[in-house]
Ligand binder design. Structure first.
Ligand SMILES: [Fe+2]
Length: 351
């Protein structure tokens, strides 16, 4: 279990009131691409189709530096951060097998209460046609609900919205403006793709809903944080790994200017700015070379918000026989490698 700060993280707990200081500060943690599942028990011959190439990629290459013990160290570090929300932008598994997805579900249930985990799926989570049914079965606690009678697909219920601070401030429920509240918006770009493709897609319906949601949220004065697995910036991913609607989403974000955009998929730390938007990709949480997480502190003030982003990266893992094998030393730890502060002046637009 993640240790949470007293009085925070329970914003939506019925009947629970918090001190005003609690609702004015929120701490988000972004981690991504843990690729935590084991493929032990599976062989090349026991798999079919695209999973065979994925298995070879894992056993011959990626398993040498994605290590579960690195992820465990990162989670241990996160437990000391007193986070209100853990944001995970996908790729919890390797080839979307039901057994892997069950492992990841167990990991999620031990990580933190579901209401404090904000997750969007990645392409490895929706690797084959049978993957999504397993995701729905084992990760349901952290997925948006599907409307009765609607088809359950990887974009069902997305964009997924979680408002933080709204109820405590007494706004939102009655349709009042949400100035002072933080809105997490999760988009699902995960979809089944042919062999050698890691592309993502939102689809026209989700893209349209996302446009409306970002516009309305901006007009209502929410501080918006968009979470998606695939990057929306052209050129940051090769064509075979890129988001189908990359230009459309880039234009949407440029127009609506969410304060934060958090994504994964690229497996390295990257920052871009687009007007008032700060756009961050975080390295894989299990990579022995550069496992990282971001701590984002948001504090409300009289004119808007002050924001601090600290990037924390692993130090000391590349020594001796690591990263491909060997026992990690006790000296492995996470250090601040980037520390940024800025302010966001964001008020509701005139009615
Ligand atoms: Fe990944």
């Amino acid at each position: 279990m993640v240790r949470l700060a007293p009085g925070t993280g329970d914003y939506n707990k019925p009947g629970k009131k918090h001190r005003s200081t609690d609702i004015q500060r929120m701490r988000l943690i972004h981690m991504t691409d843990p690729h935590l599942s084991s493929l032990e028990g599976h062989t090349l011959l026991s798999l079919r189709g695209k999973r065979r190439t994925g298995y070879l990629s894992w056993t011959r290459n990626r398993s040498h530096f994605h290590r579960r013990d690195i992820l465990d160290r990162l989670v241990a570090a996160i437990r000391t951060e007193s986070a209100d929300q853990l944001i995970i932008s996908g790729d919890l598994v390797q080839i979307g097998l039901g057994d892997e997805i069950r492992q990841a579900g167990n990991w999620l249930s031990e990580l933190a209460p579901a209401r404090q985990v904000f997750l969007v799926p990645g392409n490895h989570d929706v690797y084959a046609n049978d993957s999504w049914a397993a995701v729905r079965r084992h990760w349901s606690a952290v997925l948006p609900e599907v409307t009765a009678g609607c088809l359950d697909t990887p974009d069902s219920g997305y964009p997924f919205v979680r408002d933080l601070g709204v109820q405590d401030l007494g706004v939102g429920d009655s349709g009042e403006r949400g100035f002072g509240a933080l809105r997490l918006i999760g988009a699902s770009s995960a979809c089944v793709r042919p062999v050698f493709s890691a592309r993502g897609a939102l689809g026209p319906a989700q893209l349209s809903r996302l446009e409306s949601l970002l516009r309305e949220s901006r007009e209502q004065g929410f501080l918006c944080c968009l979470v998606i697995h695939h990057p929306h910036l052209p050129g940051t991913a090769k064509w075979r790994k890129a988001l189908k609607e990359v230009k459309a989403l880039q234009a949407l974000i440029a127009a609506q200017q969410p304060a934060l955009v958090l994504y994964g998929h690229l497996h390295h730390n990257l920052e871009r700015r687009d007007g008032a938007s700060r756009i961050y990709c975080t390295a894989s949480a299990s990579n022995a070379h550069d496992a990282s997480y971001r701590v984002i502190d948001i504090e409300r003030n009289s004119s808007g918000w002050s924001v601090r982003m600290q990037l924390k990266a692993i130090v000391g893992a590349i020594a001796g026989t690591a990263p491909s094998s060997g026992v990690l030393s006790s000296g492995v730890h996470f250090e601040v490698v980037d520390d940024q502060r800025w302010t966001v002046t964001q008020r509701p637009s005139p009615a």
